[in-house]
Design a protein around this ligand. Structure first.
Ligand code: NI
Length: 268
């Protein structure tokens, strides 16, 4: 299983990332892609990728960090430089987030859109796919991606931690995007602010368009919910979706590995 979205670059793993990586590989995870949410965490993701053979990086500024305060003036140049690294696979996590966080509420949507657009343009310039973050903003995200269709790569990218309506899923698939599912697919019911449960969305997503992720340290799957999430739990989510699809874990793993390689052409 490949974990296409983790944050071992975050402080939560500062003390024991080496042990977490070893546990993941011995559990059957073959590659881990760590994702930045600001310039500093993107730098850390690349540093980890440089130090471990089967670790890779995705770099970008998350919409939640699109505030001017968080952004160094040369943020785009810094990201571009990080993208030159052979192990930087894509630009992400980028997109829109209309969820109101207790720390800073909703970042000005105009600012979010500017930062998103600037990174779509950078990905176009560097011919890299996108890893999309969307929270309660599916329609706007799709609108922006449609407007930028001519700038997207052949495999345009993936929606990380997919959630949203059937229509958003349909649009994302039609644009050629892959769909990432996480441990929260094992939670019962419909998440607040959503209209449809994740297993229902996974059922109607073709298996040749699914990729598996953990979003560690968040979204820990049942039965470990409440603990810190780790890449080794990607296996649980993989097994869960294989069961939903009525196929063996081995077949599902083989297919999602193939999907991941199609999606990220720099992945070796
Ligand atoms: Ni994430």
């Amino acid at each position: 299983m490949i974990d296409v979205h983790a944050h071992l670059n975050f402080h939560k793993f500062e003390e024991d990332f080496d042990n977490v990586i070893k546990k993941a590989f011995s559990a059957g995870v073959t590659k881990i892609i760590n994702v930045g949410t600001q310039v500093s965490s993107s730098e850390k993701a690349v540093e980890l990728a440089n130090n471990y053979k089967n670790l890779f990086a995705i770099v970008g500024v998350h919409p939640h960090h699109a505030d001017k305060i968080d952004l160094p003036s040369d943020w785009l140049e810094k990201l571009e430089k990080l993208c030159q690294n052979p192990k930087t696979l894509a630009i992400g996590e980028i997109g829109l987030d209309y969820y109101s966080y207790s720390s800073n509420g909703i970042v000005d949507p105009v600012l979010q859109k500017e930062v998103f657009q600037a990174q779509i343009d950078l990905a176009n310039k560097l011919k890299l796919p996108l890893q999309i973050h969307n929270r309660h903003a599916g329609e706007d995200v799709i609108k922006i991606l449609k407007t930028n269709k001519h700038k997207l790569q052949n495999a345009p990218g993936m929606f990380h931690c997919f959630a949203g309506s059937k229509q958003v899923l349909k649009d994302a698939l039609e644009l050629g995007f892959y769909i990432g599912f996480d441990g929260n697919i094992t939670y019962k019911g419909v998440a607040p602010g959503e209209t449809i449960a994740l297993p229902q969305l996974a059922k109607i997503t073709p298996v040749d368009r699914i990729v598996i992720e953990t979003d560690s340290p968040y979204l820990t799957p049942i039965p470990h919910r409440g603990e810190r999430n780790e890449p080794r739990y990607a296996i649980i989510t993989g097994q869960y979706i294989a069961d939903l699809k009525g196929i063996s874990f081995e077949e599902f793993e083989q297919q999602t590995n193939k999907n991941t390689k199609k999606l990220f052409s720099k992945l070796k």
